[in-house]
Design a protein around this ligand. Structure first.
Ligand SMILES: *[C@@H]1O[C@H](CO)[C@@H](O)[C@H](O)[C@H]1NC(C)=O
Length: 291
């Protein structure tokens, strides 16, 4: 028995190894393999041999990082542990951006801090062909500062979906057939920043940052970018093993995901631009197209 188990384990190990081989290049383990620091070197500290990082915000600066490459479609995820306690006035962001001035495409996760004991808010936004103003906000069903949680963006030809621990909190469907813009032709990089935004972030700017509580720390780890990078993108896309995110299972939410998405919308959504009558007396067209 002992021996059998050992050889089965060994076989599994080898099989998994072979299976993983194709992914190894697409998912480097350390921060610096995938990313570079773009704002304030001395406010980003590498931990655990570069597999995790600490972002620091103090009165002198916030900080930021960006992927070394740009990607056209894919799936990006990272685990984040937000600022504990009084984080009012701080914003941590994780987003994809085409980095083009005029016709910007952008997919945003923004984590808006709060006073101790009050919930963090997660704001998402989608820019397509230069137009954003599509904010939605949810409060989470856990304390995002107590532990690491997984935040991910799936971007394919069919939709953009934002997930928190694999629960969809936002879906932006490709409704180009109805003339609604969809980010599709510009590659995007992956970015993150931690900064002070107490003019708007918490209770609309009423709650100011308390610098006595500084420095503020957020932690990121388990960086996973799976996408066809530019310029290798053409050969990458032509190999179906390389773009699982376009597969039939990822073209719409599964029945289980759709249930979870309804649960989030009913129980955790606190703002939706689609239903903000003062801003949009007539709801934007993508809101009516629905999911
Ligand atoms: C902060 O807490 C207040 C009160 O609980 C809540 O109304 C608000 O949505 C929370 N989030 C932000 C970002 O202000």
């Amino acid at each position: 028995m002992e021996h059998n188990n050992l050889s089965i384990n060994l076989l599994l190990f080898l099989l998994l190894g072979a299976f993983n081989l194709s992914n190894v290049l697409a998912r480097p383990a350390t921060f610096l393999q995938d990313f570079r620091i773009t704002w304030s070197d001395n406010h980003i500290k590498q931990l655990d041999g570069g597999r995790a990082i600490q972002l620091i915000l103090d009165q002198s600066s916030g900080c930021g990082f960006a992927s070394r490459k740009q990607y056209l479609f894919g799936h990006v995820s990272m685990k984040i542990k937000l600022i504990p306690g009084d984080s009012a006035g701080t914003v941590a962001a994780f987003y994809m951006n085409s980095d083009t001035d005029t016709v910007r495409d952008e997919l945003d996760f923004e984590f808006l801090g709060n006073r101790s004991g009050h919930p963090y808010t997660v704001q998402t936004n989608v820019y397509a062909h230069g137009k954003g103003d599509r904010e939605q906000r949810v409060n989470l069903w856990f304390d995002p500062a107590a532990d690491f949680h997984t935040y991910s963006i799936l971007w394919n030809h069919h939709h953009v979906a934002f997930f928190v621990d694999n629960v969809p909190i936002r879906v932006y469907k490709n409704n180009e057939a109805r003339g609604i813009p969809y980010p599709k032709s510009q590659p995007m990089g992956i970015y993150s920043t931690l900064w002070e935004a107490d003019d708007w972030a918490t209770r609309g700017g009423l709650e100011k940052i308390d610098w006595n509580k500084a420095p503020f720390f957020a932690y990121y780890k388990d960086f996973d970018i799976e996408g066809c990078d530019v310029p290798g993108q053409r050969t990458c896309i032509s190999n179906p093993n390389n773009n699982w995110w376009e597969g039939p299972a990822f073209r719409q939410l599964s029945a289980k995901q759709a249930r979870l998405y309804r649960w989030v919308r009913m129980n955790h959504m606190i703002y939706d631009y689609c239903t903000d009558k003062s801003r949009y007396p007539i709801p934007p067209r993508e809101c009516l197209a629905g999911y």
